[in-house]
Structure formats: C-alpha cells, structure tokens
Design a protein around this ligand. Structure first.
Ligand code: FE2
Length: 376
C-alpha cells in the first residue's frame, strides 16, 4: 500500500496545473491587416471568419480573423500612430504577437501562472455579447510576445465578443492545413535555459528534446534548441538560441531584423503534404530548396515510406524518421520582407520528433538565402 500511496503523491505533484486544450489562435501585428488577411486567404486557403474595428466599436485598430480547419489566425493593424500595435510593427515589422491557448478556466490559468512568477499581460476579463461570454487573461513570454488564455466554453458566436461575422464574396479553396503543430521562439545569447525554466516553472511544461550545437551546426553557423511540451502534448514550443560558429547564426540574423526575441516559425499540420505543398506553391508560396542529392540516399537513411519519391524531390519535401515513425516537412522562405517569420508544413506519420536528420541540409539551405541577403 505504501508504494501505491507514494505513486499517488508523485502523480499529484505532477498534476497539470495548467491544462491546455490546444492553440486557440495566433495573432499577428501587421502593417496592413486587410491585405494580410487577403494574402492568407489567397496563398494559404484560409476562410474569412470575423472582423473587428471602428464599425464594431474598436477605435484604435482593425482585426481580421481567418480560419482553416482548427487553425485560426488573426491579423491586427493600428489605425493611428502612437499605440502599442503601431509601436510593435515599427520595431519588429509584421510578426506574431499572441500565441493564444485554449483553457477550461482563464481565471485559474492566470492565477496559476502569475503566482509562479509569470508576468501578467492581462488580468482576467469577461467579454460578453448576445452569443455568450469569453474570458481572457494573459502573461508575457519571450521578447514582446504574449500568451493569452482563452476560455470560450460559454460562447457560441463566430469568434469572440467585439467581432462580427465576416462574410466575403472571395473564398479561395482550402489547402489542407489542419492545426498548429508547434511554434518556435528565437531567444538571445544564453537565454534558452532561462526560457526553458519559465515554461517548466510558470507553465508546467516539460523539456522533451534537446539539440546542442553539435547536432545543429553546418560549416558556418550554429544554434541550440530545446523543445518544451505541455502535459498532454497538444502545445509544443521549441526554443532556439544562437551558438558560436565561423559565421553569423541564422538566429542572430532573426534577432537583428526582428529587433529582439520573437516567434521564428509556426508549423502547420497537413494529412497530405504533397497535395498541400503543390497547392501552396501554385498560389505563390516559396519554399527553401535542398540540393537534389539529398534524395540520393534518402530511402537508405529513413527506410520505407508510403509516398513516391519523385513528387517529394520535385517539391523539396524533407523526410526524417524516429523510433515511432516518420515525418515529412518543408519550410517556406520568410513570409515578409524582413528575414524573420516563416512557416513549416509538416505531416506526421507516427514520428513525434522535429526532423533532426534534416537539420544540416535545411540549415545549409537557410544559409544560402542568408548569404544572398549579405547577412552570413
Ligand atoms: Fe519546426
């Protein structure tokens, strides 16, 4: 019985104090939200969802929410200078401001995290309209990035109070993007471990994978990375920091151009990467390319895969295997003029890892682009 009791104590100590139901939405602060929303509809196949702005009682900004399956993106732009959205885009350019997490209890999420040292961004507020109520609270994370906790169990409206339904005559077809697989943060020199501790202590995450500079270095540059996961694995945040190399780390280039720490990439899941990437490419999304020699020994390295090699090679899709299965992935070029945010498209076939076997080929491809910008 003693053993059972002990196990119970251990289990209780490890009980998830911040149960997360997944990513609720990702909000980008951008120079022109109307055009950004159009771009994400056109290029990525998102659908119009909701709008907030002066017409809905919001005076200082306009926001467009778009959706594809379980993915919700919000694009927000300032209507005047001298507000926090304007300051954010002046400093960082277009980028991710909010990684919003869906919770059962936004008041409890705020209490649990702020009592553990999280810096409050927003005390719990209840927003109401005729469709019910949404409770929102939030804490700061790296750079000027924020985690909002969204409780929407008593809400039946299209997005949240303050927004109205956005009907559009322009509805490009979807591209098979399903949900956020993970969001990666770039932090400064020697800042990876402090942020790992933040996710452990303040948010109850675990470090599930670590890559040091011997895993992630090319001839020229290096980085280190630790993957943080919440209790149920629905939310994963890898954290990168630059490492010393012969030349400038891709993480340093990001930090220079974003003017600080921030979200480097958001990985979007699909169940048919060949079809999704074919669609995205035909709509103008540009992807990083690895040399075709990458495919010469691919099957020897990863073993049997269900997909034909030819379309993978044609599109530049990468493959890696771990103990549990394999994954297919590809990375876009930066999605704005600053070399900052990009997207990953990922299809998991059992693998729960992040494509370590592709790092070298991938980072050499990133460095070729970095070199073209004169930043290597
Ligand atoms: Fe990734």
């Amino acid at each position: 019985m003693g053993t059972v009791t002990q196990n119970n104590i251990v289990r209780n100590e490890r009980a998830d104090f911040l149960p997360l139901q997944g990513t609720d939405y990702v909000e980008f602060y951008v120079g022109n939200a109307k055009q950004a929303a159009h771009f994400y509809k056109t290029a990525f196949g998102f659908q119009s969802l909701a709008y907030a702005g002066p017409e809905t009682g919001v005076k200082d900004r306009a926001s467009y929410a778009v959706r594809q399956n379980k993915l919700t993106f919000v694009f927000t732009t300032p209507l005047r200078s001298q507000n926090e959205v304007a300051d954010h885009i002046y400093k960082h350019g277009d980028g991710v401001k909010i990684l919003a997490l869906k919770v059962e209890d936004a008041f409890d999420a705020w209490e649990q995290t702020t009592t553990r040292g999280g810096k409050s961004y927003m005390e719990p507020v209840t927003l109401k309209d005729e469709s019910g109520e949404v409770v929102i609270s939030g804490i700061h994370t790296y750079g000027e990035t924020v985690h909002l906790f969204i409780e929407r169990k008593s809400y039946t409206g299209v997005f949240m109070p303050g927004y109205r339904k956005w009907d559009s005559l322009y509805n490009p077809v979807q591209t098979g993007l399903l949900y956020v697989d993970h969001c990666v943060g770039n932090v400064g020199w020697n800042q990876m471990n402090p942020w790992v501790r933040f996710y452990e202590e303040v948010m109850g995450f675990r470090n599930i994978l670590t890559f040091d500079d011997t895993d992630i270095s090319t001839e020229y540059s290096a980085l280190m990375s630790k993957v943080m996961s919440n209790g149920n694995g629905f939310v994963k945040f890898p954290i990168n920091e630059p490492a010393e190399g012969k030349k400038k780390s891709q993480i340093e280039e990001y930090l220079d151009y974003y003017d600080g720490e921030g979200c480097q990439h958001v990985a979007l899941a699909t169940e048919n990467i060949v079809q999704t990437v074919t669609d995205l490419q035909s709509r103008g999304i540009e992807f990083l390319k690895v040399p075709t020699s990458y495919y010469d020994e691919l099957i020897e390295r990863v073993g049997h895969i269900d997909e034909d090699l030819a379309p993978l090679k044609e599109l530049g899709i990468l493959v890696d295997r771990d103990e549990e299965g394999y994954l297919l992935q590809i990375f876009t070029k930066p999605i704005e003029d600053r070399p900052t945010l990009f997207f990953e498209i990922i299809q998991r076939k059992g693998a729960k890892s992040f494509g370590k076997g592709n790092f070298k080929a991938l980072f050499e491809a990133i460095e070729r682009e970095q070199d073209l910008r004169g930043n290597l």
